[in-house]
Unconditional design. Structure first.
Length: 316
């Protein structure tokens, strides 16, 4: 079975990818800084290799004997640090004759610099992969449905019947779930006829915040209201949750994340609407609509279902 090196295996986006790889008969090889990260989880039997994404030789060694690399990368708000990740992946490809690289950028990417180092750094990573000599598929998801079940969002839905998000009322978003992103990645890995390209992906509906709340109301049987946060309110809330203080320090991760949504909200046409006709012409997979995804979730429990594995990676 083809061996696939998985970067970002312990994160929320890595879990569904590993599951999909196993279901497809592929062999995931999880690149972990801490080789005990998967102990006591459902991925305890997954092959692992110790590696540090920011150490070139470590990543080169990790890629020995693999056919492809499937990557989710940490958000880096330093463009040079992001470019370094791209160079390390390229080195791993070149020195191991890796045939294909599939990347989930984890966010929208503009075609040109927009001044956000995380966005622009992601594009530098894409350029490195494009010039690596390997076949590639670069997936640029719009916004994850799974954001609603994270610890910074789900409790307000469960306890206060409020869907609070840093989207202006008229911002349309083609929400996509992490399982569908993983399915696209696996299809790109197993099919040799998919052209090497960038692929912006999203769900089948472009929804306003009120429309998301309506679908949550239907699924939960309660009236869920949409609270349109400003990016600054969002940053303050994230900071309060993580640090106990709503003060947002300049250049902090919270201020940088707010910059994502400041950019999205400021565009005359939402950049978060997916062109599904193009994707459907290339891929067989069809992503679920928001309501289908929401029906799979437990809206009576505030807990983030991915938290257990994430915590295991931190505490082992």
């Amino acid at each position: 079975m083809p061996r696939i090196l998985v970067l970002g295996a312990t994160g929320d986006q890595g879990h569904p990818l590993i599951t999909r790889l196993l279901e497809a008969g592929l062999t995931p090889v999880a690149a972990l800084r801490n080789p005990r990260s998967f102990e006591e989880t459902e991925f305890a039997n997954v092959e692992i290799v110790q590696a540090d994404l920011f150490d070139e030789q470590s990543l080169v060694a990790a890629a020995e004997g693999v056919e492809a690399i499937a990557a989710h990368l940490p958000f880096v708000f330093d463009r040079e640090a992001a470019a370094k990740l791209g160079r390390h992946i390229t080195a791993a490809v070149a020195q191991n004759d890796v045939k294909k690289v599939v990347l989930n950028t984890s966010c929208y990417l503009a075609d040109e610099d927009n001044g956000n180092p995380a966005h622009d750094g992601r594009r530098d990573i894409e350029y490195a992969i494009m010039n690596s000599g390997a076949a590639f598929a670069l997936f640029e998801p719009k916004v994850f449905m799974d954001n609603l079940i994270r610890t910074w969002n789900k409790p307000a839905i469960v306890n206060k019947s409020t869907f609070a998000y840093p989207a202006k009322p008229d911002l349309q978003i083609s929400w996509i779930c992490l399982d569908d992103v993983a399915a696209y990645m696996v299809e790109a890995l197993i099919r040799d006829d998919i052209p090497s390209a960038r692929y912006a992906i999203g769900g089948p509906e472009a929804l306003l915040g009120d429309e998301v709340a309506q679908r949550l109301s239907k699924v939960t049987g309660r009236t869920i209201t949409f609270n349109s946060l400003t990016p600054d309110e969002f940053a303050a809330g994230m900071s309060l949750l993580a640090t106990g203080s709503a003060t947002v320090e300049p250049h902090s991760i919270y201020e940088r994340m707010a910059g994502f949504y400041r950019f999205y909200n400021d565009q005359p046409v939402s950049p978060l609407i997916a062109d599904n006709a193009r994707i459907d012409s290339v891929f067989n997979w069809r992503p679920v609509c928001f309501e289908q995804w929401a029906e799979r979730q437990d809206w009576t429990d505030v807990a983030d279902p991915a938290l257990r594995i994430r915590n295991a990676a931190l505490t082992q």
